[in-house]
Design a protein around this ligand. Structure first.
Ligand code: FMN
Length: 187
């Protein structure tokens, strides 16, 4: 029998661009999610730049809201552009806000990683960095499949739908693997 409580997946896009291929990838994931999983996109635009003086004085309301959402999630789905071979500043900034003691809302949870880029490598370099960052936060990242959406403009149609069938199949598998890993860890 399947778990009756749907898994809550908090999705984060590392791009604030309106037509972002990474945000569109998350939209595709919402459509392809397996039964028993709900994926909610969290908008990172309202977060201030990390400043430890601000943290010491008390988390601002936008940060408190973000940290509470991380704490309430069962798992995470990250889609980030590769900016200069690394994770975008937008995503890294958000992760930093949820990484400080006393509570570490990411710890012990699971994540899936993907990314889209204009170039051929499809964020391969930055995804390895993101996996490394997650290891430091004690997040268990799904190993396979790796989803590198290269030449992204050719993989989505004018309405923003992910049309590349192999990518859709890999994405479906990634979400299923995230579901299985998350349930294993919760058991
Ligand atoms: C500041 C900056 C740095 C970039 N660096 C890389 C890079 O290192 N590797 C790469 O494949 N694409 C790079 N790109 C191109 C992005 O992959 C491309 O703009 C992508 O579509 C951004 O993601 P989005 O569609 O989700 O906004 C860079 C773009 C910007 C604006």
């Amino acid at each position: 029998m399947s778990d009756p409580t749907p898994l809550k997946v908090m999705a984060m896009s590392g791009s604030l661009r309106k037509g972002s291929f990474n945000t569109l990838s998350i939209r595709a994931a919402q459509e392809l999610a397996p039964a028993g999983m709900s994926i909610e996109l969290y908008d990172l635009a309202s977060l201030p730049f990390y400043n430890d003086d601000i943290r010491a004085a008390g988390y601002p309301p936008e940060v408190q809201k973000f940290r509470a959402a991380v704490a309430a999630a069962d798992a995470f789905l990250f889609a980030s552009p590769e900016f200069n071979y690394s994770v975008s500043g937008v995503l890294k900034n958000a992760i930093d806000w949820a990484s400080r003691a006393p509570n570490m809302p990411f710890a012990g949870k699971t994540a899936a990683v993907m990314g889209a880029s204009a170039g051929a490598l499809g964020t391969a370099r930055s995804q390895h960095t993101l996996r490394w960052i997650m290891s430091g936060l004690d997040v268990y990242v799904v190993n396979l499949p790796h989803i590198y959406i290269g030449s992204a403009s050719q993989k989505f149609d004018a309405s923003g739908a992910l049309t590349d069938q192999p990518t859709r199949d890999f994405l479906k598998q990634l979400l299923e693997n995230l579901r299985v890993l998350t349930l294993k860890l919760k058991a």
